[in-house]
Design a binder for this molecule. Structure first.
Ligand code: 4AD
Ligand code: MG
Length: 427
């Protein structure tokens, strides 16, 4: 038996035909001689009517919200029905009768996150998950078209990439290991054979802060390229972000509409993005009344203020080296500054961090010492500078931040099916 997806019915291809469909009861309303069922499947929702004289009536009476059903009926166009079509039902089979569904209207965001396993059925979460899938597809397409090779980095690691403060430790048999914070160091090893590599993989951060943009487990898009500069990587990043925005605007129209996102505005995310040095950014912030001192890192408020001033994504580069990671290359003419760049966007702040990497062996050893890191933990990473070192650069982008920004969502938690934060690890 073949079942017709609701989307195809709404396309008008089956008007007047008898079809079979299946899905879940999304809404139910009864009058004296008609039961109105709104049915949803993976593609859309449609209204189905059951008349009192039909053999489907008894089961339609029994059916509860979120019950799974199969039904047969005739498609009629009806301007009053949402979507313009409805199904006059003559057969109805209950597959799984639902108990009273705990989600009703007007429930708090907190409650909806507690029952995320059920809230994923909502139209809103369904639309977000579809856009998420498309975004990942567009990201892969972007890199592959440019000759990047997708690689699979390890999740168990023995030394930190982004500092000890946010490392998750774990027992690995009788050894102490960590969950990866970034694939960067391992991607660096892979450029010596593949030159251009990227990955989309989970990263883990023991983030104690409760903010709208921090998860303890997130999906990280990272790229690394040999024989390149920070400036070239900035070009690559802005093309990636604008490509994703434009593809989503063109190909996810239905989802954007249901989420209330302006597709035309999203499509206007065009290159070049703004660019400013750390020094200039500090001056701009002082003019806005911020008290930040040179040498301090930007907080959420500073980042948002800067991006709002530019009215869109903006790169901030040339940071004091103390506030950036040990692997950042410094400017020859100004060794206090790191060739490190953050892309920041309105509302969310930092979307990516990237830059050029130290490619000189002795300089790397010096930097490890400055940061109080043990050389033996990074011997393999130092090896990369011993055997045919090359200037190279890369970046990392948080998928959830990208989605929260593009879709105007309040919190990165709503862009991932099962968010993990300091307090949330269930369901
Ligand atoms: O800025 P981060 O820490 O940079 C790195 O990890 C580099 N090693 C990346 C690289 O050069 N390959 O993380 C990169 C991005 C951030 O800009 C942010 O978008 C995201 O990862 N991110 C988080 N997203 C959600 N929750 C968190 N706790 C995140 N921490 C970082
Ligand atoms: Mg960063």
């Amino acid at each position: 038996m073949s079942f017709t997806p609701i989307e195809d019915i709404l396309d008008g291809r089956h008007e007047g035909e008898h079809i079979d469909m299946r899905g879940w009861v999304y809404r139910k309303r009864e009058s004296k001689d008609t039961i109105f069922l709104v049915i949803r499947d993976a593609t859309s929702i449609i209204q189905c009517t059951v008349k009192k004289d039909s053999s489907a009536w008894t089961d339609a009476k029994k059916v509860t919200i979120e019950s799974s059903i199969a039904l047969g009926g005739t498609v009629r166009s009806d301007r009053r029905a949402p979507g313009g079509f409805e199904v006059s039902t003559d057969q109805l089979k209950i597959i799984g009768l639902a108990e009273v569904f705990p989600i009703t209207r007007d429930q708090s965001i907190e409650f909806l996150r507690d029952v995320r396993h059920l809230w994923l059925r909502s139209q809103k979460m369904g639309a977000i998950m579809k856009v998420r899938s498309e975004v990942l597809k567009f990201i892969h397409g972007f890199f592959r078209k440019r000759g990047f090779v997708e690689v699979s980095p390890p999740m168990f690691i023995s030394s930190a990439c982004e500092g000890g403060a946010t490392l998750f430790g774990l027992k690995y048999f009788d050894k102490d290991l960590y969950l990866t914070q970034s694939a960067q160091l391992h991607l660096e090893a892979l450029i010596y054979s593949l030159e251009k590599v990227y990955c989309v993989a989970p990263s883990f951060r023991a983030e104690k802060s409760r903010t709208i943009r921090h998860l303890t487990e997130y999906w990280h898009v990272e790229a690394e390229q040999a024989f390149t500069t920070m400036e070239d990587m900035m070009l690559l990043q802005e093309h990636l972000v604008s490509h994703v925005c434009q593809c989503v605007a063109a190909q996810c129209k239905k989802e954007l509409e249901s989420l209330g996102v302006d597709a035309e505005k999203l499509a206007r995310t065009e290159t070049p993005f703004g660019r400013t040095t750390y020094q200039e950014a500090i001056e701009r912030l002082h003019k806005k009344g911020f008290k930040i001192k040179w040498g301090e890192d930007f907080g959420f408020n500073e980042e948002r203020a800067l991006a709002e001033e530019f009215g869109g994504p903006v790169f901030v580069y040339a940071y004091p080296k103390e506030i950036k990671a040990f692997y950042c290359k410094t400017y020859r003419e100004n060794p206090e500054l790191a060739m490190s760049v953050d892309l920041i966007v309105p509302r969310i702040g930092e979307l990516t961090t990237g830059g050029a990497r130290v490619d000189d062996k002795d300089e790397l050893i010096e930097r490890l010492e400055e940061f109080g890191l043990r050389r033996e933990d990074y011997d393999w990473y130092i090896d990369l500078r011993k055997y045919g070192t090359v200037p190279h650069a890369g970046f990392g982008l948080g998928v959830e931040r990208l989605l929260a920004w593009m879709l105007h969502l309040e919190n990165v938690m709503d862009t991932i099916p099962f968010p993990r934060t300091l307090r949330r690890f269930y369901p």
